[in-house]
Design a protein around this ligand. Structure first.
Ligand SMILES: *Cc1c(COP(=O)(O)O)cnc(C)c1O
Length: 401
């Protein structure tokens, strides 16, 4: 197998994004296969005992065990790093494994983290429940306001952790302002970029230190596998992330890595079309429902900021109806759009966060995050938007809207 050398990586770095998405990271075996090979192997063999010893000592290039290295997984990591414009990437079994590793690898008892209020439910569990259990204090701020990050900084603050756009309220964070603030105070900024993906937003261009992904969402894009990724500098990945992940083992399976590799080939096409569809559906809903939370529409209070950081609005937005009963009635009236809490799929999916993804978050915290009883989140897929609009039209009517 021809593994990529530093020289190859320098060449691939000049490729434009569409080329990176198709070819980045590809390493071919002696058979010259066009599509990436899938290496379903847990271990590797050595010609001689001395080779095994040299490899374990790090003196000989080569793989030792698939918790640590796998050729298919490495191809995906190099492709994501190229798309991100990051020096290095490591993939994880799920998005939550990526978030957990990105935080725990660098935080110790006595450290302090500042996190964004609007976040994926499990991300809030990390900041509100897991980290404090290990003596890591956390302060939650309204991440839409950079001043709140500034006010929360303490001498022991080590990490800023936030999403933009955030799940599910579509809060937008000013990446430049918050990441610059982190840099100025020696704080590491960790950005959960699952909603936009590197196809639409590359936080490192705005000063982010670390980006973390649920690749389950748009990167796979077809609702097949769970996967996660963490990107950073070569130094941070090698010396901070790897000691944690090599020994705790949140490793991505080679099969899932292969599926995500295939997904990345069409990421740009899908996310641009889904963004267009999300705009069409959003324009239809605006005026018909009491409140829209759609970063692609001028009615979103942070529309200008969102569009200055992102190349398109992305497939996901939220809106509000009059409480849980009407939200459930609208969901139950859908004939084409599925009731599903997943996102980033090529199918349109709608969920009621307060009773699903954020049901484990206390009512008080939901209110603080903006997850109201009438909030619905819609992932707009690749279907014809006219069909989606017809379906929503009849479901809204059934729900009395
Ligand atoms: C889905 C999601 C996660 C968790 O990812 P999994 O792959 O489900 O573990 C984290 N953050 C955001 C913003 C997500 O949408």
């Amino acid at each position: 197998m021809k593994r990529l050398t530093g020289q190859d990586r320098a060449t691939t770095a000049t490729w434009r994004p569409a080329t990176r998405a198709i070819r980045g990271g590809t390493a071919r075996t002696e058979y010259g296969e066009t599509s990436e090979a899938l290496f379903l192997t847990s271990g590797y063999t050595y010609d001689r005992a001395a080779d095994a010893a040299a490899r374990f000592a790090g003196e000989q290039a080569g793989m030792t065990y698939s918790r640590l290295q796998n050729p298919t997984v490495e191809m995906l990591e190099q492709r994501i790093a190229l798309l991100e414009g990051a020096e290095a990437c490591r993939t994880m079994a799920t998005g939550m494994a990526a978030m957990t590793a990105a935080l725990l690898c660098q935080l110790s008892a006595g450290d302090h983290l500042v996190g964004g209020r609007a976040a994926f439910g499990s991300c809030r569990w990390l900041t509100d429940t897991l980290l404090p259990k290990f003596g890591i204090e956390t302060t939650i701020v309204d991440a839409r306001d950079p001043q709140q990050f500034a006010d929360a900084i303490r001498p022991d603050t080590k990490v800023f952790f936030f999403e933009t756009p955030a799940n599910p309220t579509m809060d937008v964070v000013d990446l430049r302002a918050v990441c610059d603030l982190a840099r100025a105070h020696g704080i590491t900024s960790v950005v959960d970029n699952a909603f936009a993906t590197p196809a639409l937003q590359r936080p490192m261009e705005w000063g982010a230190d670390v980006t973390a992904y649920s690749a389950t969402k748009m990167m796979d894009g077809q609702g097949r596998v769970l996967a996660g990724a963490v990107c950073g500098t070569e130094d941070w990945i090698t010396n901070t992330l790897l000691p944690f992940t090599r020994n705790t083992g949140p490793t991505l399976s080679p099969f899932n890595a292969w599926v995500v590799l295939k997904g990345l080939e069409t990421l740009d096409l899908r996310i641009r079309r889904q963004s267009e569809n999300a705009l069409a559906v959003g324009r239809f809903l605006e005026g018909r429902v009491p409140r829209m939370l759609h970063p692609g529409l001028p009615s979103h209070p942070q529309h200008a900021l969102a569009m200055s950081q992102m190349d398109a609005c992305g497939p996901i937005f939220a809106f509000e109806v009059e409480g849980r009963e009407q939200a459930h009635a609208l969901l139950d009236g859908l004939a084409l759009v599925d009731i599903s809490n997943n996102i980033g799929d090529s199918r349109s999916l709608m969920t009621h966060p307060a009773s699903t993804t954020h049901a484990s978050v206390s009512e008080e915290k939901r209110a603080e995050m903006g997850v109201t009883e009438g909030l619905l989140r819609l992932n707009v897929g690749l279907e014809d938007p006219a069909d989606l609009i017809e379906d929503l039209d009849q479901a809204l009517a059934q729900a009395g809207l």
